[in-house]
Design a binder for this molecule. Structure first.
Ligand code: DHB
Length: 369
């Protein structure tokens, strides 16, 4: 039989520059999925075309355009930061090309095109449970400290709204620049405000700088706790953060320490394929994003037309290495378990050890509409 045409997946990621760790993790996750499941689905060869946007939105837009019009990719994927996903969204709509957001986490992204399906998470989804936990655990006054761009503002709002509704008090809301942040002056302000805790979100790759400054400024000694989304204690960096990270409470959808047979096999295979690199939540976004593409193609019997593929993705559910997940057919966001974790040392390494969870969490911003 004649082989059917290849299905081309254009993977756009920051592979160089300050956010290259995100690109490296997503790419490795996507490639591991293909290595484990083969590069043929429903009679089509799957061809991954990787492009580096250096985390520059103008580059993302230009590359997406070129991949759709010249390379004729049937799927766009990747998107390491929110502004990069936003820049590509109109091209997904115009080209009727499914766009798998594997990394970016601002709630509104999926509303920017009916062709967007998300395999990562949303900041409000992981932040609201933490705000409730804080109020239930004797934290009354909080300073929020977030990266000053869309996902940071999502995290700030989700935390502040939920925490104040529960009776807590936000004493100050601090936003730090995304590029090369110097946390020292901001953390001095936190110290002066004397809250019970600082709540923080910074994107993957930045957490160790925050942790170091938090330690250097002696905030823990001043009785101020650090609570954060899991982006801060990112598994890519955590093991090098040192003792300062111990005891940090975070909420997130994936920990490399997640105790399931699926995850144990995943971490082992990922480390073996990537020189010992530990997978983080970005790797899982890439891995599950490929799962979405493969499962949708199986469902359509190999029909890779945009509408057919997106429709096939709606309502898909499976056991991810993070736990049970499904694609909300209404919003095309991922519904998943959110875990409470504490940084602990086990066998000489630092891990985000899960101690509680909330199941089947939808993006709360869209659920409230
Ligand atoms: C986004 C980027 C990150 O690196 C992260 O950890 C969370 C969100 C974003 O830009 O949406």
């Amino acid at each position: 039989a004649l082989a059917a045409d290849a299905v081309k997946v254009g993977l756009i990621l920051p592979m160089t520059g300050p956010f290259a760790s995100t690109g490296r993790q997503v790419e490795a996750g996507a490639k591991l999925y293909m290595a484990e499941h083969g590069d043929e689905v429903a009679g089509h060869k799957i061809e991954l075309i990787l492009r580096d946007d250096t985390a520059n939105a103008e580059q993302t837009r230009r590359i997406a355009q070129e991949l759709v019009t010249r390379e004729k990719v049937q799927v766009l994927a990747g998107f390491g930061h929110t502004p990069l996903a936003m820049a590509a969204a109109p091209l997904a709509t115009q080209g009727k090309v499914p766009m798998i957001v594997m990394a970016a986490g601002t709630s509104v992204i999926t509303e920017k095109s009916p062709f967007i399906v998300r395999s990562s998470f949303t900041l409000p989804q992981v932040t609201e449970p933490l705000a409730k936990w804080a109020k239930d655990n004797k934290i009354e006054k909080v300073v929020t400290l977030v990266a000053d761009y869309a996902p940071g503002l999502d995290a700030e709002k989700a935390f502040s709204d939920t925490f104040t509704k529960a009776g807590g008090q936000i004493v100050e809301s601090i936003r730090v620049p995304l590029a090369n942040p110097d946390f020292a002056p901001f953390l001095q302000r936190v110290r002066d405000a004397k809250p019970d805790a600082v709540f923080s979100f910074v994107p993957s790759g930045v957490g160790s700088a925050l942790m170091k400054q938090f330690d250097d400024r002696g905030l823990a000694q001043a009785g101020i706790r650090l609570i954060a989304t899991g982006d801060v204690t990112d598994d890519d960096l955590l093991n090098k953060m040192g003792k300062a990270a111990l005891g940090t409470i975070t909420t997130h959808h994936y920990s490399a320490a997640h105790d399931s047979p699926e995850n144990k096999a995943f971490v082992k295979a990922f480390e073996a394929a990537n020189g010992g690199m530990r997978p983080n939540f970005m790797a899982v976004g890439g891995y599950d994003g490929m799962a979405l593409i493969y499962e949708a193609l199986k469902k359509t019997g190999g029909d890779a037309k945009g509408e057919a593929l997106v429709n096939a993705m709606k309502g898909l559910s499976w056991t991810s290495v993070r736990g049970p997940v499904s694609i909300d057919p209404e919003t095309r966001d991922i519904v998943q378990t959110v875990y409470f974790r504490e940084v602990k040392e086990q066998d000489g390494q630092l891990w985000n050890v899960e101690f509680d969870k909330v199941e089947a969490v939808k993006d709360p911003v869209k659920a409230a509409k």
